[in-house]
Design a protein around this ligand. Structure first.
Ligand code: AP5
Length: 219
């Protein structure tokens, strides 16, 4: 039976950092909607050009476009055993669409770990974040520095700072999260799927609690 895990949390909570570790441990495909938009932007596809304006303003790409993109991604062979979703769903409409698409294969969301972090810490994390150009590996100047500044430990590629990590865009992203995505906390709590994790612990501690929550959700 395929397993689907949704990682929920505000911008900078550590979803991408944890998804990279946990997807490998569980042998699940890591699907990051933000990464797919950024890959399309880099390749200058129609989807990337459409998403660019929304991303630069810190706003959400329209639901219909995002849902179609994830539907296509979930049909690829590497998702046969399920997937770890990072950054999707982000609105109740996306959450309903995900439930509907999984029901087509008699599947459903198994567990929704919610990484909770207060806003001032999010700003600090995003302003110090560095991302690798080749594969999107994530670092932080203070909390998770690379061995050699500016170079990815894993693949040796250049590290860069995301355009949407500028202070004014970060503040808009947090507002948009509060307005449009935070309602998913209750959405999934009411369905008995939510597991709240304190995201202010170290990266290793958060990983441990996430794994415990996911394994409990499968018991
Ligand atoms: P997306 O790329 O999904 O960005 P986000 O959700 O805003 O999340 P981030 O990637 O900024 O943060 P994260 O939680 O992954 O944190 P990270 O692990 O990097 O989306 C970007 C844009 O795409 C959106 O604004 C929107 O326009 C569009 N989009 C994407 N999905 C969409 C959707 N479904 N619908 C519509 N539009 C969509 O960690 C942050 C930093 O903290 C790093 O430097 C890390 O090293 C550090 N860190 C991590 N954990 C810890 C820890 N425990 N302690 C200390 N530091 C830590």
């Amino acid at each position: 039976m395929a397993r689907y895990i949704v990682l929920l949390g505000p911008p900078g909570a550590g979803k991408g950092t944890q998804a990279e570790i946990i997807s490998e441990k569980l042998g699940l495909a890591h699907i990051s909607s933000g990464d797919i938009f950024r890959e399309n932007l880099k390749a200058q596809t129609e989807l990337g050009q459409l998403a660019q304006g929304y991303m630069n303003r810190g706003e959400l790409v329209p639901d219909d476009v995002t849902i179609a993109m994830i539907r296509e991604r979930l049909q690829r062979p590497d998702c046969a055993e399920g997937a770890l979703l990072d950054g999707f769903p982000r609105t109740p409409k996306q959450a309903d669409a995900l439930a509907a698409m999984l029901s087509e294969t008699d599947s459903s969301v198994d567990c929704v770990p919610y990484i909770s972090v207060p806003a001032p810490i999010l700003v600090e994390r995003l302003s110090g974040r560095w991302t690798c150009r080749a594969e999107g590996h994530i670092y932080h100047t203070t909390f998770n520095p690379p061995v050699q500044p500016g170079i990815c430990d894993v693949d040796g590629s250049e590290l860069y700072q995301r355009d949407d990590d500028k202070p004014e865009t970060v503040s808009r992203r947090i507002d948009v999260y509060m307005e449009q995505t935070a309602p998913l906390i209750d959405y999934y709590r009411q369905r008995g799927l939510l597991a709240e994790i304190d995201g202010q612990q170290s990266i290793d501690e958060v990983t441990g609690q996430l794994l415990a929550a996911i394994l409990k959700g499968q018991a």
